[in-house]
Design a protein around this ligand. Structure first.
Ligand SMILES: C[S@@+](CC[C@H](N)C(=O)[O-])C[C@H]1O[C@@H](n2cnc3c(N)ncnc32)[C@H](O)[C@@H]1O
Length: 208
C-alpha cells in the first residue's frame, strides 16, 4: 500500500518533470521571518516550487518529500538545497527544536484524522518555540469545484481519483493546526492547476 502510494507520486512527478518550476509568490508576505541563518524545513516539497522561490532570495531550505524522484530533481535544479526523503506518516528524522520555519504546501491534506494529528505533533516537535509553520491545504470550498467528492472515508476526507484527500473548514483548521500553537488562517485560491483551486493558508506560531 505504502509502496503503491510512493509509486503513484513518483509517476506523478515524472510526468511533470522538465516543466518549468513555477511558484506563485505566496511566501512573499512571510519573507520578514526568513533570513540566511534561518533553519527551514519543507515537507512534501514536490518538484521544488518553494525551494526555487527561496533560492532566488538567497535562502536555502532542507527540502523533503516521500518521493525520491522529487527530491533528486530538486537537488539537480537547486544544488545548494539540502534534500532528504521524509515520509510524513513516520517520525521525522530530526531533533526536537531543530527548525525556525516549516513550510508545508499542499501536502498535509492526504491523511486520516489520527494521522494528521500525529503529523502536527511532529511538526511542533521539530519547530523551535516561537517558530512558524506556513502551510496551504484544500478548502472544503474545493469539494464542489476542482477536487470533487469521491468516496467518503471520514468527515471532509474522501478517496478521489486514486488519492485520499482531506478538505479543511474553519473548525478543522483550528482543530488540526491549533495543535501547534496560535494559528491564523485565511481562504484563498490558486490558479496553478487546470481548475481554480480553493485553499486555506495557515500561519501557525509554535507554542511549547
Ligand atoms: C500536490 S503535491 C505539492 C508539492 C509541492 N509542495 C508544491 O506545492 O509544489 C503533494 C506532495 O506531497 C508529497 N507527499 C505525498 N504523500 C507524502 C508523504 N506521506 N510524505 C511526504 N510527502 C508526501 C508528494 O510526493 C507531493 O510532492
Amino acid at each position: 500500500m505504502e509502496r503503491t502510494f510512493n509509486d503513484m507520486w513518483n509517476k506523478n512527478h515524472l510526468n511533470n518533470m522538465g516543466d518549468e518550476i513555477k511558484y506563485d509568490n505566496w511566501l512573499e508576505k512571510y519573507m520578514k521571518f526568513f533570513n540566511k541563518e534561518s533553519k527551514i524545513l519543507e515537507l512534501g516539497c514536490g518538484l521544488g516550487n518553494n525551494a526555487k522561490f527561496l533560492a532566488e532570495h538567497g535562502i536555502y531550505e532542507v527540502a523533503t518529500d516521500l518521493s525520491e524522484i522529487a527530491v533528486n530533481y530538486v537537488k539537480t535544479q537547486i544544488p545548494q538545497t539540502e534534500v532528504q526523503i521524509l515520509d510524513l506518516t513516520k517520525p521525522f528524522q530530526f531533533e526536537d527544536n531543530s527548525f525556525d520555519i516549516v513550510i508545508a504546501d499542499l501536502c498535509l491534506h492526504y491523511f486520516s484524522s489520527d494521522m494528521t494529528i500525529k503529523i502536527m505533533n511532529e511538526i511542533k516537535r521539530v519547530l523551535k518555540n516561537g517558530g512558524r509553520l506556513f502551510a496551504r491545504v484544500n478548502s472544503t470550498k474545493d469539494l464542489n469545484h476542482g477536487a470533487g467528492q469521491g468516496k467518503k472515508l471520514e468527515e471532509n476526507y474522501y478517496f478521489v481519483e486514486g488519492y485520499n484527500k482531506r478538505f479543511f473548514d474553519e473548525r478543522d483548521t483550528k482543530k488540526f493546526f491549533g495543535t501547534i500553537g496560535d494559528c491564523l488562517a485565511k481562504e484563498g485560491t490558486m490558479e496553478r492547476y487546470a481548475k481554480k483551486k480553493f485553499l486555506i493558508e495557515i500561519e501557525a506560531i509554535c507554542k511549547k
